[in-house]
Write a protein of this length. Structure first.
Length: 340
């Protein structure tokens, strides 16, 4: 398959998080046919990462197999490929496979590919992979960065808040305790917490993404909950403390995810930027020094009109090939200096 055919085929394999099996098998078969040594890394029932290598990998290309819902099949026009995962991250996946095939044809060895499940939720695929590092020195992660080299990404700190109350008839509210009132009061205090700033990453941001509770309009609610995500730029310890103080006596809190912010490698000759989203890289600390770049725009990801430009996919193949060569050369130079 050429690059565009491969992107379309990958999009048409439904792989919403938790259902990545068919996509993993397709990718494994594709890489095995290109004479890579390929293995599965089991993550959970019927879910597995795919790891492929040529020789002893010094540099690894990586992205994720899963997408957010809902599934949407691929279609294309002259300039764009559309469908769920077009830019996040099936187009990236295709670009990395095609780049790897080109590198092999050109005689390049000692590199690998790692394709992961679960990035869109808890990075469980990345956390499993981190238990099995192959000794590589660099990992090039693919996310939609408009083919810019990313110098830093914000963290992901999710807190679930739960309030408990006592049901009563709404005509006699004094006989009950409103869990929703407690939750609202707590959220007002949480929103007052000052958020830190970073000179590279900018300000942290807070989003109250989900609120639920109550049973009926004429019942004093006995339960209510909210889900909060803070895109962090520094250690979350102070935020934990401040949120706990805001909730004290009102609600309970559970930290569901705490992925730290990350600063990454800067390479010469690439346009650069920073991103507010979180990647698998903070969970892949044993896979080498992190590099982040990929085709497509985050503005189109997770939307009903997700797309990627064909020109960006072609450029990404060139960039990935160039990066692998550049980083392998850096490894060789470092080893030469150590020997001397």
């Amino acid at each position: 398959m050429d690059l565009f055919e491969l992107t379309m085929a990958l999009i048409n394999l439904e792989s919403v998080t938790g259902h990545e099996h068919a996509c993993a098998k397709f990718v494994r078969d594709q890489l095995a046919a290109a004479d890579f040594e390929v293995e599965y890394q089991p993550v959970s029932r019927d879910r597995m990462n795919v790891f492929a290598r040529k020789g002893k990998p010094e540099v690894v290309l990586s992205t994720h197999l899963d997408t957010v819902p809902p599934f949407a099949p691929a279609h294309q026009d002259e300039k764009y490929i559309h469908g769920r995962g077009a830019c996040d991250a099936k187009g990236i996946l295709a670009s990395q496979i095609v780049a790897a095939e080109r590198l092999v044809r050109e005689g390049v060895t000692d590199f690998g590919l790692l394709f992961l499940v679960g990035e869109e939720t808890t990075s469980d695929g990345a956390r499993e992979a981190n238990l099995h590092p192959p000794g590589c020195r660099f990992i090039i992660n693919g996310e939609p960065t408009e083919n810019k080299l990313i110098l830093g990404s914000k963290g992901h700190f999710r807190v679930d808040i739960r309030a408990k109350g006592k049901m009563a008839h709404s005509a006699y509210p004094h006989l009950g305790v409103s869990a929703i009132d407690k939750l609202i009061d707590a959220l007002v205090e949480v929103r007052k917490i000052p958020l830190p700033k970073d000179p590279v990453l900018g300000p942290a941001t807070l989003n109250i993404g989900v609120i639920s509770g109550g049973r009926a309009a004429n019942i004093v609610p006995d339960k209510a909950s909210a889900q909060i995500v803070i895109r962090t730029v520094s250690d979350s310890g102070e935020l934990r403390r401040r949120i706990a103080e805001a909730l004290a006596g009102r609600c309970e809190m559970e930290v569901v995810r705490d992925t730290p912010a990350l600063l990454m490698e800067k390479l010469e000759g690439y346009p650069t930027g920073v991103v507010a989203f979180t990647t698998d890289l903070p969970s892949l600390t044993r896979w080498g020094r992190p590099v982040l770049l990929g085709p497509g725009s985050i503005d189109a990801a997770h939307t009903e009109h997700e797309f990627v430009a064909k020109a960006d996919l072609l450029e990404a193949v060139d960039l990935y090939c160039r990066m692998v060569r550049q980083l392998k050369k850096a490894v060789e130079s470092q080893e030469s200096r150590v020997k001397s």
